[in-house]
Design a protein around this ligand. Structure first.
Ligand SMILES: N[C@@H](CCC(=O)N[C@@H](CS)C(=O)NCC(=O)O)C(=O)O
Length: 217
């Protein structure tokens, strides 16, 4: 068995965050496929693994952790990679991970989910979420105006967290290259790091069996 086990599925940008950290750190890890699209996260068995009913979940050294921000913090400690160098950096990392969880990932992920994976999504809701997602990406765009990475002159878990959904291309419904050039350059800078892989290469479950169709509901 691998040292780290990550409950995940390919379409999950939240799971991609720790998967990417593990890949960039060259860690010994294996994915545990969670069949989200067939309701596994809603089932009683999975709720025993994570009462929140979400991926990612990380198992390591007898511990089980959930919430990507917590997992990234733990991986920074255990792998010695992408963590803070001092207290100021630690708080700045926390600031961007909280922003990511509340605004950036939250709106991007829900917008992408409705427009890519759900049939007959309410257009008003999709439009609202698209506006909120673009506003959040705009915050990152402004922050990256004069810097290569979010917190330090090197990548940290703040970058890994905020990059969770940025590689899903057309599924995102936002033309990052055209509208957010600083974010586009930052996205490519992270993709140039040794060990980087696209979420669909790193985690199981792509393509969806019903690829081409959209789910109802
Ligand atoms: N804040 C959480 C969000 C996790 C999350 O929303 N995961 C989604 C997949 S991307 C999930 O498992 N959803 C299951 C469900 O809603 O049933 C984190 O960062 O880990």
């Amino acid at each position: 068995m691998a040292e780290y086990r990550l409950y995940c599925f390919a379409q999950s940008g939240n799971a991609y965050k720790p998967a990417l950290h593990l890949a960039l750190a060259g860690a010994d890890w294996e994915p545990v496929f969670v069949d989200f699209f067939n309701g596994e996260t809603k089932g009683a068995a999975y709720r025993k693994i994570n009462v929140m009913g979400e991926v990612p979940v990380l198992e390591h050294a007898g511990k089980r952790l959930s919430q990507s921000g917590v997992i990234l913090d733990y991986l920074a400690e255990t792998t010695g990679r992408f963590g803070p160098a001092n207290g100021d950096e630690r708080r700045e990392i926390l600031r961007w991970i909280l922003f990511d969880n509340h605004k950036l990932t939250s709106y991007l992920a829900t917008f992408r989910f409705l427009r890519t994976f759900v049939n007959k999504a309410n257009p008003d809701v999709v439009g609202f979420l698209g506006g909120r997602a673009k506003a959040a990406v705009g915050v990152l765009e402004a922050h990256l105006e004069d810097r290569d990475f979010a917190v330090a002159d090197r990548p940290t878990i703040a970058d890994i967290s905020m990059a969770g959904y940025i590689y899903f291309g057309d599924e995102l419904g936002i033309d990052i290259d055209k509208e957010f050039p600083n974010v586009a350059r930052w996205r490519d800078r992270i993709a140039d790091l040794p060990g980087w892989k696209h979420p669909y290469e790193l985690m199981p479950g792509h393509p969806l069996p019903r690829s081409g169709e959209k789910a109802t509901g």
